[in-house]
Ligand binder design. Structure first.
Ligand SMILES: Nc1ncnc2c1ncn2[C@@H]1O[C@H](COP(=O)(O)OP(=O)(O)O)[C@@H](O)[C@H]1O
Ligand SMILES: [Mg+2]
Length: 248
């Protein structure tokens, strides 16, 4: 087990976006999350990445760290939580005035204060891993969407996280560019990264996932193996959602 989440809830004012979420993320496994727009998928990832503060719930990590959000969380705990995961955003979120390489080195150098030369070497290796070594001095606007997203993946890996989070990493891409990004994610899965991936790419989710969650209305409606959830869903809401995606 990497992380056990119990009773996670998140409200924005009156709006309850996540309701009593219980989920276990297993070390070295890939969990995909599917579900309609507005169901709370992004908010769940943002809570894991310390970009949103849960209203309540308990995170228990395998290394012994426990965070109970109904109590006060210290700044140190907060930073520790953020360090655990790297996030890949739907809209890439690269710094427009930094090169691909600078986008990758920024976090480790500026936030983590690591040695510049070492970080640079690591960043070059990461860009090579995502197939972009020859593009490292280009700016985001000089890169295709698929290339920008691969820089986004290298950047998330650069902080050496224990968990990788992907929020619909291919949904802003033209169809012909989706494959190159999914290939990189599949390679990471093969390397044994622990990952949570929000995606509408059902075929990809089926290939890459150990576990699939279907979320709706702030709840986990159904979870299980990809074969079970994607091919033989038990819940009516899951069936309806899959129908809509497969036969729009
Ligand atoms: N910062 C915010 N303030 C208020 N409401 C928000 C905020 N972020 C998300 N929401 C609301 O929370 C709900 C779930 O959003 P989100 O987690 O983005 O869903 P999904 O990623 O599944 O589409 C939506 O109703 C959305 O409008
Ligand atoms: Mg979302």
């Amino acid at each position: 087990m990497f992380l056990s989440i119990k009773g996670l809830a998140k409200s924005f004012g009156e709006l309850e976006v996540l309701k009593e979420i219980d989920v276990d993320i297993e070390k070295g496994q890939v969990m995909s999350i599917i579900g309609p727009s507005g169901s709370g998928k992004t908010t769940l990832l943002r809570c894991l990445n310390a970009l949103e503060k849960p209203s309540k719930g308990i995170f228990t990590f395998n290394d012994g760290m426990t965070l109970d959000f109904s109590k006060k969380i210290t700044r140190k705990e907060w930073l520790e939580l953020r360090r655990k995961s790297g996030m890949v955003f739907q809209s890439y979120n690269l710094f427009p005035h930094k090169t691909a390489l600078e986008n990758v080195t920024e976090g480790p150098i500026v936030v983590q204060k690591r040695n510049k030369q070492e970080v640079r070497e690591m960043a070059v290796d990461l860009l090579e891993k995502v197939g972009l070594k020859d593009k490292m001095d280009l700016y985001p606007h000089q890169l295709s969407g698929g290339q920008q997203q691969r820089v986004g993946i290298a950047r998330a890996l650069a902080i050496e996280p224990e968990l990788m989070l992907f929020d619909e990493p291919t949904s802003a891409l033209d169809p012909e560019l989706i494959g190159e990004v999914l290939t990189v994610i599949k390679d990471l899965a093969r390397e044994g990264w622990t990952m949570v991936i929000v995606t509408h790419e059902l075929h990809f989710a089926e290939q890459v996932s150990d576990q699939v969650l279907f979320m709706d209305g702030g709840y986990i409606v159904e979870k299980g193996t990809p074969e079970q959830v994607l091919k033989a869903p038990k819940e009516k809401r899951t069936q309806q959602f899959l129908q809509r995606i497969l036969h729009p």
